[in-house]
Structures are given as C-alpha cells and as structure tokens.
Design a protein around this ligand. Structure first.
Ligand code: GLN
Length: 486
C-alpha cells in the first residue's frame, strides 16, 4: 500500500526517502498488484524514472523541488502528455502521441510529481463502468467481478488498490465522483474552469473538468493547489488566482448543510441512505445546522445532460476522421473519401461512442434542434437558477454520490439504465459547481465488503468550504482508511 500524497512528499523533501525509491516501490506494486484490476493502460517507467532522477538531483543540489516532489501520480488516459501515448480507451487513437502537454500534467511535473503512467477509462470518457474501453475493462479492487465505476475507473481502482497515492481523472457528468464512490476513495470535481482543460481530450466542452482522486481530502487539496489556476490556453479557465486549498481546511465558522429531498430516494440502497444519515449526524454533532431543501430539477438532470453532452460530443469527435486525427482504415479500390471517413470511424469507435455521436447529431439537426438541444439549454438554465437559490439557504449540499454500491460486470446491458447511474452527479456539471465524493461507509453484498460514498456540493468556486466540510467529515470517521483486502 502506497503512502498518501502529503506523506510521500514530506518523506522525500526531508530526505527520508528518495524519489527514485518511491517510484520503484510504486512500479513493483503495479507489477505485482495490477493483474486482476488492470487499472493501468501504459506504465511509462523510463519517462517516470527520468523525472524521479531529476527530483533527486534537485534535492541534492539544494534546489526547491516543489510541493509534490517525488510523488508518483497516475493520469487518466484522456489527458495528453508529450512523449507518452494517449489512447482515450479507443481503437481510433491506438498509437497516438500528442505533440503537446496538458496544462494539468505540466503543472504536476513543475511541482515535482512523477507521472507513472496512464489509467484505463471508458472510451472518450463515455460511461459509468469502465467496461467500454478498447483494451478491456477494469476490475474493482474490492471485488474484481464488479465494475470500478467510470469513466475514470482505472484512476479510482489504482488509488483504491494502493498502487499510487493519487491519480487525475476527468468529470463531465460524474466520472471522477462515481468511480471514487464505488472504489472507496476521495474524488473531487472542481468548479468548471478552475482547472484548465488544455490537453484534456474534449467530450462535452461546457461540462468537462479535470480533478484529483486521492485517499483523503488533504491530498485532494494538495493536488488542487497545483493544478488549479488561470491558463491563457483555455479561454474558459477562471481568470482569478486560486486560494490555498490546504489552508482552507483549517477554516471554522458556522455552517448550514442542505440535504436535497430528491436525493433521498426510496430506490437508494439502505447502506447509501445510512451513510448520508451518518454524515448528517456527524456534521450536526460538529455544530452545523442541517436543513432539507428541494432540488426539484434533479429528475430532469439526466435528460438535460444527455442532450447537451451528446450534442457537444458529436461535434468534438468529428475531428477523429482517420485523416486529421486517428487511425485510418485502408482504402479499397473505387472508394470515395466519404467512404474512407465512414469506415475509419466505424472501425475506430466502439458502440457506445457511435451511439453518442448519433444521438448528438440527431438533437442538433434541423427540425429537432429546438425540440431537444434548445430545450436542454433552457432546462440547464433552470437547474443553474435552482442551485443558486438553494445556495442562498445553505453553504453546502449533502447527499449520496450513487444510489447503489458497485454492480457486477456485464449486469447493466441497457444504456439508459447505465446513464441513470449518474443521476446525483450530473447536476454539478450542468451548473458548473464543485462537488466531491468521499467514502461514507461499507456494506456486505453477496459476502463481499463494498464501499458506499457521500457527495458534497458547493456554489461556484466554493472549493474552500467544500473541502473543509469534506475534511471535517473524514476526520470524524475511519471510512476512508479501510482498504480492500489484498
Ligand atoms: N457517465 C457519464 C457519461 O457516460 C459521465 C461521464 C463523464 O463524466 N465523463 O457520459
């Protein structure tokens, strides 16, 4: 089991461990421990060794090594890095090497982190189970016959299995929080634009966010401190300098916690309901006031999200045509360029991605645009307003992250049922607000222990309060310390 982010960084900075030793320990854990879960797509050992060596040299030379010096971090396979392959879980990007580096990984490296490799995800981040990955699915470390959640399932599984102290994921409708929840780790989706999207392969550009998956809240704050901030290469990045999120964990003061009635659904698993009750009681015991609030638009979140996200995806994925980007099918005699596009895309994209492109093209087409896309944008505005008025009554919202613990691989064949896994998470993306999932308890299902999670949401740029409350909750329990049996 790896140490946490802050623990590792301190040990290396104080000379108790070298960055190279930390990396080698991490690489051997991956080699021996990642056979059943398969969370890594590529382990980029040589590139990582060069980074670790540079950190050790800098320490030896007495130079400032940065807050994450020597911390091994895994990167979801849809965030590009130079000199390393990015596949996005898709055949169409097999062998793809980006000519440029994402801002988030660039900042991690500048802070001294060592990027060990890429983690499997659902193809182009579309999914809730990491079963839609061209190189195969990822197992949940708590029970490898179950899914780790998705789409950042590889990142969540790698952290939960103790292979790495932290990983980056991306969240368009829940893809950091839902797998964090199903794997029993902490997953933070920052406010839209708080972390630059430069170098994140676009899925739904108005919803996509990069964020950390870690073992606890201080580690998430430490990563956010490094990756957050304005970036001139992403015109949607928030242009104010971020506060110190680690320092914010020490904040005190009165707190009103809202519990959305619509998230206490009778369909929720009893252990999920118990976790929310426990979190509420803990916060009350710590002096917070709790109030029940209405998020009536919850029921329309999935419909809104799946129109906006597929519309944006159909346009974003148009670039993968086998000519400008992506793997090209071989051209048959007599074929037109149009045929070549169709075959390259037909062979390169998996069924879920093709479904999304078709849905998105449909909702944007003349005659349907007003009925679907425009309507979804109107619903989006209403959801936004509803969150705004709820946050006039409370500082944060508390509820479940998912309705159920991890499900068995292959057990959800119907796409709509899979889409409904995100019913409590899509709201934060639609409204652009920050949200976090932390372990909230455990339950026995068919003889195995599985984690359940709770979600906190805060107003736009309310990460300091969000992290403070999440940390308060974590300090009052041991849920986040429980790890899957080896
Ligand atoms: N599961 C959702 C989807 O399939 C969310 C994915 C994500 O956040 N990237 O679209």
């Amino acid at each position: 089991m790896s140490q946490g982010v802050l623990e590792t960084a301190t040990a290396i900075r104080e000379g108790n461990q070298s960055a190279m030793d930390a990396l080698e320990a991490c690489l051997s854990r991956i080699e021996s421990g990642d056979t059943a879960t398969r969370s890594f797509q590529h382990v980029q050992a040589d590139a990582a060794r060069a980074e670790a060596r540079a950190v050790d040299d800098a320490i030896a030379a007495g130079r400032d090594v940065g807050p994450l010096a020597g911390v091994p971090i895994a990167i979801k396979d849809n965030i590009v890095m130079t000199g390393r392959e990015t596949n996005c879980g898709s055949r169409i990007l097999e062998g793809y090497h980006s000519p440029f580096e994402s801002t988030a990984t660039d900042r991690l490296r500048s802070a001294g982190a060592v990027l060990v490799g890429t983690t499997r995800c659902d193809e182009f981040a579309m999914g809730s189970s990491t079963e839609h990955c061209s190189s195969g699915s990822v197992g949940n470390p708590w029970d490898t016959d179950r899914v780790p959640g998705g789409s950042s399932g590889g990142s969540a599984a790698a952290v939960a299995a103790g292979l790495v102290p932290a990983a980056l994921g991306s969240d368009t409708g829940g893809s950091i929080r839902q797998p964090a929840c199903l794997c029993g780790v902490t997953g933070l989706k920052p406010s839209y634009g708080r972390v630059s999207r430069w170098g994140l392969v676009a899925f739904g550009s108005s919803l996509d966010c990069i964020g950390p998956l870690t073992r606890d809240v201080p580690d998430a704050a430490a990563l956010l401190n490094v990756i957050a901030g304005p970036d001139r290469r992403d015109s949607t990045s928030v242009d104010t300098e971020p506060p110190d999120y680690l320092a914010a964990l020490e904040d005190t003061g009165p707190l009103v916690v809202g519990i959305p009635r619509q998230h206490r659904h009778k369909g929720n698993h009893p252990a999920v309901e118990a976790a929310v009750d426990e979190a509420r009681a803990t916060l009350e015991a710590q002096g917070a006031t709790t109030v029940e609030v209405d998020l009536a638009m919850t029921d329309h979140g999935i419909a809104t999200y799946y129109v906006v996200a597929t519309a944006e995806a159909s346009s974003n994925l148009a670039r993968f045509d086998g000519i400008r980007y992506g793997r090209r099918a071989s051209m048959n005699p007599g074929e037109t360029l149009e045929d070549l596009y169709a075959r390259s895309r037909g062979e390169g994209f998996g069924p879920e991605v093709r479904r999304r492109i078709m849905l998105g093209t449909y909702v944007l087409s003349a005659g349907y645009y007003d009925a679907y896309y425009k309507k979804a944008l109107q619903a989006r505005r209403v959801i936004h307003e509803e969150y705004k008025s709820v946050f006039e009554k409370c500082d944060v919202l508390l509820g479940p992250t998912t309705a159920e613990p991890a499900f068995r691989m292959g057990s959800i064949a119907d796409p709509l049922t899979m889409y409904l896994c995100d019913r409590y998470t899509v709201g934060a993306n639609i409204a652009g607000i920050p949200a976090i999932s932390i372990p909230g308890g455990h339950t026995e299902v068919d003889g195995v222990t599985l984690p359940v999670g709770v979600q906190l949401q805060a107003p736009f740029l309310g990460e300091p309060t969000l992290l403070r409350v999440a940390n308060q909750l974590q300090q009052a329990s041991e849920h986040h310390r429980k790890t899957p049996a080896a």
